[in-house]
Ligand binder design. Sequence first.
Ligand code: EPZ
Length: 420
Amino acid sequence: MNRIVVTGGKRLVGEVRIGGSKNAALPLLFAGILTGDVCVFSNLPRVSDVLQSLEILRFMGARIRFHRSGDVEVDYRELRPVAPPASLTSAIRGSVYLLGAMLGRFGFAALPGAGGCDFGNRPIDLHLRGLGLMGAVEVPTEEVLTLRAAEGLVGCQFRLPLPSVGATGNLLMAATAARGETVLSCVAIEPHVQALAAFLRAAGADISPFEEGTVRVRGGAPLHGCHVTVIPDMIEAGTYLCAAMATGGRVMLQDVVPEHLGALLWVLERMGVRLQIRRDSILLEAPERYRCTRIETGPYPAFPTDLHPQMAALFCIGGRAVGEGSVRERVWQSRFRYTEELRKMGAAVRIGGEEARFVPSPLHGAEVRSPDLRGGAALLLAALAVEERTEITNAATIGRGYEHLEAKLRALGARVRVYG
Ligand code: EPZ
């Protein structure tokens, strides 16, 4: 996916089935390493980050079979403790999960580099501190981050200074293989982190429920293969709700977990939207005009940072949005690069520190460049709202996280074409 061309101005109407969560799928695929067995994944989204993860596993010796049913079977039995090439790992952030998973299985982990969306600095100091407490030692090498736990991992107590999703995932994986008990507190409790814990439990790990941000793992029991269904992607779901808003549309999401979207649904209701929420579906009927509001992102259950740019795009759309909107970004301070591109479409944005303010103004088509996955989604929403033609380049960033994007949008009536 290189370019997306949109001629907007059409109301999106219809149903859309939400796919499996990218940010749940990535840790599950790497956690499978710990089982040294065969795992079957249902509802695995076919997005580039997932396909790249499968390539990494294949390079390391995993055998992968795509079943006709859509399930993906990964056989981890012959996986070797080797460092995958940087060209594979540095394209995605999920490769960071190799650290906990490989250490747990082999007492050795090597990561030539982890990539993902560019938000400036993306440190992994908390992953390394926790793994260090479990006995992993960094081996100084020139380019490849290499960790060894010669005597095997041991349980530890670690209070994370902030609830990092990636660090929580890595430490949970390592803890299942560590001797004795590990107590992790101030952990991330995002649905995709909970899904990782559920997968590890299904594979035989002894992991307590998450209680007030604390989780206990009694490690050391051998894990076995299992079958897991990836949870629905709450960010994809939220993006389609925003697309309905941007176009004054009426969209029914199928296969969602509304509870995961609590913060977004609350904000949408504050903006004057009518929602019909059922067990696994949400119907959104957008009003002709909606009120802008203030949002502040934060770790789950607060408003998700991965829906910030999409919501900001809604605040920019003159003729629909009323009042002034603002976003305070508390997770990724440099997540505002998309605003430069929205300005090219006529958006009125002011940024001060970690807050951006938006005044609705008449938008127009333009040639814009997607800076990252969700920033690109914001540009797409703005493009869907304006009648003129918009061309979004660097669209591969968007393909990292939205499955069957063109088909889903077209089925809702959008005039959109994906090239490359
Ligand atoms: C995950 O990234 C997601 N990626 C991101 O989604 C998401 O934005 C983020 O969680 C927050 O929800 C994947 O799951 C693959 P973090 P992750 O560790 O794990 C700081 C998307 O659009 N931090 O929770 O890398 C860090 O700088 C993507 O789908 C440290 O200081 O995020 C940030 O400010 C983009 N030291 C905050 O914690 C560390 O060792 C949260 O990061 C680790 C993190």
